[in-house]
Design a protein around this ligand. Structure first.
Ligand code: 5RP
Length: 274
């Protein structure tokens, strides 16, 4: 692996502990202005300092992220279908490698839809993107997307993750499931998990803890952070699991403490502005 590739990977998976905390804010590329992500600049501005990297599209990067912000970018470069369209799995590569270089992306992200009508197309997209990334030393994160009709079990996710790794993905993102260890064991590259739909904060912290315990190198979490009523305390709590080996209970204590501090600050702010 060349120096540039290793350097970029080290911005995503931190070399000190080989772990990563990625903030996913790419949802608008197929969902539009999702609840609590209507104005991405607000979320990104408040959370960027508490995560290792941000996953987003070029449109949100250009419009909503201060170029002076010192945070590595995981650039979502697949898309082309929406939640109201015919088939979400019908994606293409939507951003060129030259554009990714101009935007100083540290990693590229693309979804694969194993078992879907567009399985072949999405896997070919992945292989092509990896070839492009290899030319310029940019790693690729393969996102194993699951359709509504697909079962998120270890058998299916192992297949999807392994296929992505065989095609050359440098990191694979998937979902936590029963027997998640077997998914990690069968995948020769680092695995991160998506957070999925909004859960209670305690459940989301349990999910992150279980994934790390079972071999994930980290999380690429979105809704369970920015749909929380207290996104900054939640990001800080998830970070303690990823980087400080906190248990879910310990991390929840951090969440509660940070939540109380932010409520107090807001109260003092309101009182002094009256
Ligand atoms: C969509 C994605 C999202 O970034 C991913 O699902 C992570 O976000 P969340 O934690 O909200 O599930 O890749 O295809």
């Amino acid at each position: 692996m060349d120096w540039g590739m290793r350097n970029r990977l080290s911005k995503i998976i931190k070399p000190d502990d080989s772990r990563c905390l990625m903030l996913a804010v790419d949802h608008g590329y197929f969902l539009g202005p999702t609840d609590k992500l209507e104005v991405p600049s607000t979320i990104i501005g408040s959370l960027a300092q508490f995560v290792d990297s941000i996953m987003l599209t070029r449109g949100i990067l250009r419009t909503s992220v201060n170029p002076a912000l010192d945070v590595p970018i995981v650039l979502r470069v697949s898309g082309g279908s929406t939640i109201v369209g015919e088939d979400l799995s019908n994606e293409e590569i939507t951003t060129s490698i030259e554009e990714a270089i101009r935007l100083n992306a540290s990693c590229l992200a693309l979804s694969v839809f194993v078992g879907s009508k567009y399985e072949h197309q999405s896997l070919s997209n992945l292989a092509r993107l990896i070839d492009e990334g290899e030319k310029y030393g940019i790693p690729v994160l393969a996102v194993t997307a699951v359709g509504k009709e697909m079962v998120r079990d270890a058998r299916y996710l192992s297949l999807a993750c392994r296929v992505a790794a065989e095609l050359g993905a440098h990191i694979v993102k998937t979902y936590y499931c029963d027997n998640f260890r077997s998914v990690v064991t069968g995948c020769p590259v680092p695995v991160v998990i998506a957070g999925g739909k909004k859960l209670t904060e305690m459940d989301a912290l349990n999910l992150a803890f279980n994934a790390i315990r079972d071999g994930a190198v980290g999380v690429d979490m979105g809704r369970n952070i920015w749909q929380s009523e207290f996104p900054v305390p939640m990001a800080k709590a998830v970070k303690t699991i990823v980087h400080d080996n906190y248990s879910a209970d310990e991390a929840y204590k951090v969440f509660k403490h940070e939540k109380t501090s932010s409520e107090t600050k807001a109260w003092v702010g309101n009182a002094t502005s009256d």
